[in-house]
Design a protein around this ligand. Structure first.
Ligand code: ZN
Length: 291
């Protein structure tokens, strides 16, 4: 019996990375009865067939975490890649990614890429988000800055990369590991279309115990997992941090009187754009249609 991690699943086969290499495996039929489906990212025990060295998954280790879109287990970290210029930074998107990653309990790293295109603006954004309580690094492929820093942050993690197209996710990953050969924004739209229809979820190996999830899924932002405004409030880190100074514990920092958060925004301790996005998200959650 050997242990390993499922790095991809195609047509009923699971590809399990073990000490002895990659082993094509099937799953026990009983999992289906238990309504348990092995997921990419699952750590499993497999029994090897002496005839053809194929595997048979007999046990799935308890999951630390499970994402639904994409369906994957045990992701530990979200790396949110944003460029400040070309394309210009979209903090609304960034704040939604942060909320989603915190909601899923992921370690979060904000990677501000294309640092060379506007150093001042990049530093300003970095400061804003560090003050809000997030971990930020600045990278530039052109100037070869911060790449090793990013690489070291990926160690011992299963990371999912998120961010708008053109921010440089795939280019950064190809630079860290040229074997990945990920499709970047530079290729023709024709090949791109063909690829998207056939793409599956896959873990790319960076080194011992370090993987990157190759999947377009995490970038599709749908906030319907949020149940109420309280969750928005609790997943905006600086608002959560200062919120207990309001007059009412139930304060949503919106229309309430004597709200400490509004004072902090006025004083510049809380960034006003972050606060605007917070209010916009409250509004969005109130408007989610529930069935
Ligand atoms: Zn308040």
């Amino acid at each position: 019996m050997v242990e390993g991690i499922i790095i991809k699943g195609i047509g009923g086969f699971y590809y399990v990375k073990t000490e002895d290499g990659l082993i094509e495996s099937r799953a026990r039929g009983v999992f289906r009865e238990e309504n348990l489906k092995p997921l990419v990212g699952d750590r499993v025990k497999i029994k090897l067939s002496p005839e053809d060295n194929s595997g048979y998954i007999i046990d799935i280790m308890p999951r630390q975490r499970e994402l639904l879109r994409p369906a994957v287990a045990n992701i530990t970290q979200a790396v949110i890649v944003m460029s400040v210029r070309n394309p210009n930074i979209n903090t609304w998107l960034l704040d939604k990614f942060l909320l989603m990653s915190d909601f899923h309990g992921l370690n979060i790293l904000i990677c501000l890429n294309k640092f060379d295109l506007d150093e001042n603006k990049t530093k300003e954004i970095s400061k804003t988000y560090k003050n809000a309580g997030y971990d930020v690094i600045m990278t530039s492929i052109e100037a070869n800055l911060g790449i090793e820093d990013l690489e070291s942050r990926l160690k011992d993690n299963i990371s999912v990369f998120a961010g708008p197209s053109g921010a440089g996710k795939s280019t950064l990953l190809n630079l860290i590991n040229p074997n990945f050969k990920l499709e970047t924004g530079k290729v023709s739209s024709k090949t791109k279309r063909g690829r998207h229809t056939t793409r599956h979820v896959e873990l790319l190996e960076l080194g011992d115990n370090s993987y990157v999830l190759d999947s377009p899924g995490f970038s599709s932002l749908n906030l319907d997992f949020l149940e109420d405004e309280i969750q928005v409030r609790d997943y905006f880190r600086e608002i959560k941090k200062y919120g207990d100074r309001c007059n009412f514990l139930s304060c949503l920092h919106d229309q309430e009187p004597s709200c400490a958060i509004k004072e902090y925004v006025k004083e510049g301790i809380i960034n006003k754009d972050r606060y605007k996005n917070y209010l916009k998200l409250l509004e969005e959650v109130r408007n989610i249609k529930r069935y």
